[in-house]
Design a binder for this molecule. Structure first.
Ligand code: F6P
Length: 548
């Protein structure tokens, strides 16, 4: 039977992979002094270094051919053409439209959506400017200066990450808190320290049906009522961000305080919508506009760069190559930047909720391993925890280091220590250290040969461990926008390569449904009839613990 073009290209790539087997990565540098130049790419002041990955320039060219054969070009056109790319929900994905730097029409169902986007942006700006100027008086006439953002998943991770990343841009006197988990402790740790007269709740939920957010919103509103008085006018203390305006209205939020979002923006892609309101309040509208502009710059790169120079596609191809050709199924994201402390959590949702699937867009099983497990934390902190595993563990992981070259805090000496560690960690992963090197070093330091014999094996580094380095000039609103859009488009590209739908998330539904029955049982109702023995046993154990 004739095999498809993609399969034949892939088979060729596997032969090239096999030709590399057993060759240390360091040898690839030795045999090709131009390896770094040939396997690094620059775009808009970003530099992507792929040279420490287990591949060659020929393999990268082959992977790009694989992408083209997988329909990368037409898929990209459908995305930016506002066509349906989310087949199971019959929707386009227009997160890119939220950051357009022009007003040319974008049609959804024949209707230009740009005016509605601009109208919401104007309302966001109005709120942000008013609060920033102390012109948003609460029920007692005192200006609102504190925001409690209630949301979860894509209604939390993006704005939380961006507010943290842009802390240096914080508008004087403005405090922003994020509450996502339904655990009473999260809200319980935030509210007591706040002045209700100066606090605005943002109830952020695209569906306005997410139990955690609605429960927290109810509890936070009760807190306001208890302290401001049952008859207090709360209209200046609660705004909603949602695609379900009727539900927000039914919850009792004033019409003027409901900022709409739309079904054609996925939750994990919604930072650029009114979900980003806390960013505009915390950092000011100008910074939020720069965030949008940075994302738009990445959109332009993604939409026009050829495959071999397309940063989002190349990042997706590296992940795809690692999981499908090299069977390396974990990817660690390690930003060397405290501003990006929350970035790994943000990309974890963008990538794993987009591509953590096994059914292809056409309903069949995808033949490909889909997204790697994505996790990580900032360096240098993570050098003092899981980098031990990365260097000497016995299961493989690929590492993505995101390294802003300059800090907004000036101290060049400490920034150099940070940068040196980022580069050295990648170098150590690559080079490792042999038993002979270790013994020679210990003996040269005068170690007792018996100790050398005993200790040396524990100090060997296997090396030959892959990493990707992304350098950027620094972290500001524009660069953060570029970075977030880079990963959004990377997730999209990975879905194209694996033939899956990156824009739905049916996988989150079953747990939510089962939780309803368990919650009823914990509240004193009957055990869920379809629950397994473990769940029943655990419910009964909780009941027993509570009875003590
Ligand atoms: O995790 C499932 C999910 O639907 C995410 O995709 C979404 O970002 C999050 O829950 C919150 O959903 P909502 O914004 O509708 O409350």
């Amino acid at each position: 039977m004739a095999i498809s073009l993609t399969q034949s290209i892939w088979n060729e790539l596997l032969l090239k992979r096999d030709a590399l087997a057993g060759k240390p990565l360091a040898a690839l540098f030795a045999q090709d002094p131009q390896r770094f130049a040939g396997l690094s790419r620059s775009a808009d002041d970003l530099l992507l270094d792929l040279s420490k990955q287990r591949l060659t320039r020929e393999i990268v060219i082959g992977l790009c051919a694989f992408a083209e054969a997988s329909g990368f070009g037409p898929a990209r056109e459908r995305l930016f053409g506002a066509k349906v790319v989310n087949a199971s929900e019959d929707r386009p994905a227009l997160h890119w439209a939220l950051r357009l730097q022009h007003d040319r029409p974008v049609l959804v169902g024949g209707v230009d959506v740009v005016p509605a986007i601009r109208a919401v942006q104007a309302r966001m700006r109005g709120i942000a400017d008013a609060i920033g100027a102390g012109d948003w008086p609460g029920a007692r006439g005192t200006p609102i200066d504190t925001v409690v953002h209630l949301g979860i998943g894509g209604s939390d991770l993006g704005p939380r990450m961006a507010v943290h990343a842009l802390a240096e841009d914080r508008v004087a006197g403005i405090a922003v808190h994020f509450v996502s988990n339904v655990d009473p402790a999260q809200l319980g740790r935030v509210l007591p320290g706040l002045d209700p007269a100066r606090t605005l709740l943002i109830v952020c939920s695209k569906s306005f049906r997410t139990p955690e957010t609605l429960a927290n919103a109810q509890a936070a509103r009760d807190w306001l009522r208890e302290r401001l008085g049952a008859d207090a006018d709360l209209s200046r203390h609660i705004v909603a961000v949602t695609a379900n305006v009727p539900a927000a209205r039914a919850f009792g939020i004033a019409e003027d305080n409901i900022l709409p979002m739309w079904d054609w923006v996925g939750g994990r892609f919604s930072l650029w919508s009114a979900v980003g309101l806390p960013v505009a309040i915390a950092a000011g509208w100008e910074r939020f506009a720069e965030l949008l502009a940075g994302a738009a710059r990445m959109d332009a790169h993604f939409a026009t760069a050829p495959a071999t120079g397309n940063l989002p596609l190349l990042l997706a191809l590296i992940d795809f190559w690692n999981v499908n050709a090299l069977k390396v199924t974990q990817r660690v994201t390690a930003p060397y930047s405290s501003a990006l402390d929350l970035f790994a959590l943000y990309v974890q949702q963008v990538e794993m909720e987009s591509n953590g699937k096994s059914v292809a867009a056409d309903g069949g099983a995808t033949p490909w391993i889909t997204t790697p497990g994505v996790w990580g934390a900032a360096g240098t902190d993570s050098q003092h925890s899981f980098f031990q595993w990365l260097h000497q563990g016995n299961i493989a992981a690929n590492v993505e280091l995101i390294v802003p070259v300059a800090s907004r805090h000036g101290d060049r000496a400490r920034q150099d220590i940070l940068l040196a560690n980022a580069l050295a960690q990648a170098q150590a992963l690559l080079a490792g250290r042999t038993r002979e090197d270790v013994e020679a070093e210990m003996l040269a330091q005068g170690a007792d040969p018996a100790i050398v014999e005993r200790v040396a094996p524990h100090r060997v580094f296997g090396g030959d461990r892959t990493s990707t380095m992304l350098l950027l000039p620094g972290v500001n609103a524009f660069r953060l926008g570029q970075l977030c859009a880079l990963y959004e488009h990377k997730a999209f590209c990975f879905g194209v390569l694996a033939g899956i739908n990156s824009f739905d998330q049916w996988g989150v539904e079953l747990g939510k449904t089962l939780a309803v029955g368990v919650e009823a049982a914990l509240a004193g109702g009957a055990l869920p009839p379809d629950a397994d023995g473990s769940t029943v046993g655990l419910i009964e154990a909780i009941r027993a613990m509570r009875a003590v």
